[in-house]
Design a protein around this ligand. Structure first.
Ligand code: ZN
Length: 297
């Protein structure tokens, strides 16, 4: 318990909603998971759970694409998404109609980036990239202490890469419906399943050639992020990163591809520059607490 108030955190994902309540000191007082079904029922279930806790503010980290600019007329809405029922659903407005507390809103990955900066392994840093590799690939980016939005928000999971000639996936195929050669289409969970006959990240974790292939693609993307965003640290979470050694292999690929260019104390030490997430997978929750704290101020 502390004086700053009780915060709610909602990590709104395409398959599940993770709800939590806690305090600014990083104590989690309670949490629950709700399957993502149709929007109205899902929001009802989340709001009902939060209403039992009497929270002072709520932070929401939503799956994208979503409108994160407060001056936009559709601020807080999910935009065009393959999850049809959620396309153009006003997530923030629906929650506000049921819970009368200040709310902060951003993408799930920007929230996770913020969580690592305020509570985790990037504490005190102002320029950070957070990447999640799971059923999709998403990136949250902080530049000069501000979460990056721009025309929408970063969609760095779809950066275009050069194909590895040894990739067994046919060159005109990938797991992304938009691109044949993007990071998500080549290394997210569905890409692993497509390339290796239904296998999961855990199934290929011990396969050196498979991990090297994924790490080569990840390394290309990490070089792009380092060169474009100039982060002080790159943090990688998500099921594919958690359940395989792809991050440690990608450090080698990063070093080879950067080839001595852009020598800073950070990039010269890939072991501390490119890291797995901290906070036991709760980086998104902690980021939502911070969004809530800021909304309350
Ligand atoms: Zn793509």
């Amino acid at each position: 318990m502390n004086d700053s108030g009780l915060f709610g955190a909602l990590e709104a994902g395409g398959t599940k909603m993770v709800c939590a309540v806690g305090y600014a000191d990083g104590t989690i007082a309670g949490s629950c998971r709700i399957d993502t079904g149709n929007p109205d029922d899902t929001v009802d279930a989340c709001a009902e759970w939060f209403s039992k806790w009497n929270i002072d503010a709520l932070g929401i980290g939503a799956f994208g694409p979503t409108a994160v600019d407060p001056s936009s007329p559709n601020y807080g809405s999910i935009l065009e998404t393959p999850k049809r029922a959620w396309s153009h659903f006003d997530l923030l407005g629906s929650l506000k109609a049921k819970l009368d507390v200040p709310m902060g809103y951003d993408t799930d990955v920007n929230a996770a980036c913020l969580g690592e900066v305020v509570y985790g392994c990037a504490r005190g840093l102002k320029n950070v990239v957070y990447l999640t590799i799971g059923t999709g690939v998403g990136a949250g980016v902080m530049v000069q202490g501000q979460l990056l939005h721009g025309i929408l928000h970063p969609e760095a999971g779809h950066v275009v890469l050069a194909r590895d000639p040894l990739d067994p996936m046919p060159v005109n195929e990938s797991a992304c419906p938009f691109h044949t050669n993007c990071l998500e289409g080549l290394i997210a969970g569905p890409a692993i399943a497509k390339r290796w006959k239904g296998m999961s990240a855990s199934d290929i974790a011990g396969d050196d050639d498979a991990i090297k292939l994924l790490a080569g693609y990840l390394g290309q993307a990490l070089v792009t992020f380092a060169l474009c965003y100039a982060p002080q640290k790159i943090i990688i979470g998500g099921g594919v990163a958690d359940n395989t050694p792809v991050v440690s292999y990608a450090r080698r690929a990063f070093k080879e591809l950067l080839n001595g260019y852009f020598k800073t104390p950070e990039t010269c030490n890939p072991e501390t520059y490119i890291v797995n997430n901290s906070l036991l997978g709760n980086q998104g929750i902690f980021g939502c607490f911070e969004l809530a704290r800021r909304a309350l101020q």
